[in-house]
Design a protein around this ligand. Structure first.
Ligand SMILES: NC(=O)c1ccc[n+]([C@@H]2O[C@H](COP(=O)([O-])OP(=O)(O)OC[C@H]3O[C@@H](n4cnc5c(N)ncnc54)[C@H](OP(=O)(O)O)[C@@H]3O)[C@@H](O)[C@H]2O)c1
Length: 360
């Protein structure tokens, strides 16, 4: 069997790492017959991918006609959408294109949406406390869809895929760390933004109450996607649609421990004046320092979703990173930031237009 897969946001941190992971599975023979298509936004991003064994093209994901044309002309049966989890229009164009592909070929088609565990954090008004990915996550998100844009889009994806006869999956990574293996943006925004803010203030700040960060290394998350694509490729029947929610937490570390370790690292390099942390004087100052609207500061840098991950093990996912190895790698995170600067990504900027919609 051959399978054409389209990875959107392929120049991004997660999308780029997924492309690298499936290319290595292809080289290893496991996914030898897979053809990888990569959608990006700009010419520069496209150029960064041209050396890889992928078919790269620029695509406006909001343009339903252009998206459908690309899916049909490249015979794509599987889309992994990493571009955004806050814009229903993009998910809608991709799902509608897959529906046309199914109608044209009579084959099963698949839509995988990368979303995020912030949907289950009390900072985003999640009202139900701890949740397992084997619970009725669809039903719970549907009941609280109006209070957070990510839950709204998650629910929309499940409903649209069902209507369109597309097999749908929602993948929920936690806060990610580590250097990505893509060709364009290799950094997640959270830790670099904290490092930049600390260097600007010559001081590491933290929020007043320490909560537990749920985390995973980007390489472990990319491995999950490789395993998911392999399972789809081999025709395995996996929980999908209303049951298609997969949480990917690998370890939990307190935000204060992260900030303390960061302060020690930055102080050792002379980038802050003290190895001690201080509490942010106000949420407004915190938000301005990391460059997001105030309402997002806690949900990104003090998030603590209480989740239990059970489904990912079905396809054999076993993350290798631990809380200890993460804390030990913070020195490397600072090195990566000093080498690469802030992420080449519009992710944090894209929060500005939706801030009015968000947690009201
Ligand atoms: N990083 C994390 O820790 C994390 C954790 C959980 C969930 N997530 C979610 O996972 C998804 C990917 O995150 P990421 O960290 O990989 O972000 P990223 O590095 O910014 O990657 C997103 C990519 O999608 C592209 N993109 C965004 N909007 C687009 C559009 N309208 N049309 C075409 N391309 C578009 C971006 O291009 P430009 O650079 O040109 O904008 C970028 O290359 C996001 O939905 C994010 O919220 C991320």
């Amino acid at each position: 069997m051959s399978l054409n897969v389209l990875v959107t946001g392929a120049s991004g941190y997660i999308g780029g790492s997924i492309v690298a992971e499936i290319l290595s599975l292809k080289r290893g023979g496991t996914l030898g017959a897979l053809v990888i298509h990569a959608a990006v936004r700009s010419l520069e991003q496209a150029q960064s991918l041209t050396k890889l064994d992928v078919n790269v093209f620029q695509l406006n994901l909001s343009d339903e006609t252009a998206v459908t044309e690309s899916l049909l002309s490249n015979d794509i049966d599987l889309v992994i959408n990493n571009a955004t989890c806050i814009d229903p229009q993009i998910a809608s164009s991709l799902i509608s294109g897959l529906q046309k592909q199914r109608e044209a070929t009579g084959r099963e088609v698949f839509f995988v949406q990368t979303t995020g565990l912030s949907a289950f954090d009390e900072n985003t008004n999640w009202p139900f406390g701890e949740v397992k990915d084997t619970d009725n996550v669809y039903g719970l998100e549907r009941q609280s869809r109006e209070t957070y844009v990510v839950r709204e889009v998650d629910t929309f994806v499940i409903e649209q895929t069902k209507k369109a006869g597309v097999t749908g999956f929602l993948i929920f990574p936690p806060t990610l760390h580590g250097r990505g293996s893509g060709t364009w943006n290799q950094l997640s925004p959270q830790i670099p933004a904290l490092i930049q803010a600390s260097i600007n203030h010559k001081q590491v700040y933290k929020f007043g109450e320490s909560r537990d960060a749920t985390l995973a290394h980007v390489s472990d998350v990319a491995k999950f996607y490789g395993q998911l694509i392999e399972a789809i490729f081999l025709g395995k029947k996996l929980p999908a649609g209303e049951d298609g929610h997969y949480f990917l937490v690998s370890h939990v570390v307190s935000w204060w421990d992260i900030m303390d370790r960061l302060a020690a690292n930055l102080h050792e390099r002379g980038l802050v004046t003290t190895a001690s942390t201080k509490v942010w004087p106000s949420d407004e100052m915190a938000a301005e320092s990391v460059g997001v609207p105030t309402r997002f500061a806690h949900s990104i840098w003090n998030s603590s979703p209480k989740v239990l991950c059970e489904k990912a093990t079905i396809i054999g996912w076993k993350p290798v990173w631990t809380g200890e190895s993460f804390l030990n790698s913070l020195y490397q995170e600072v090195d990566d930031f000093l080498e690469l600067g802030l992420p080449k990504s519009s992710l944090l900027h894209s929060l500005k237009p939706v801030s009015g919609h968000d947690m009201n």
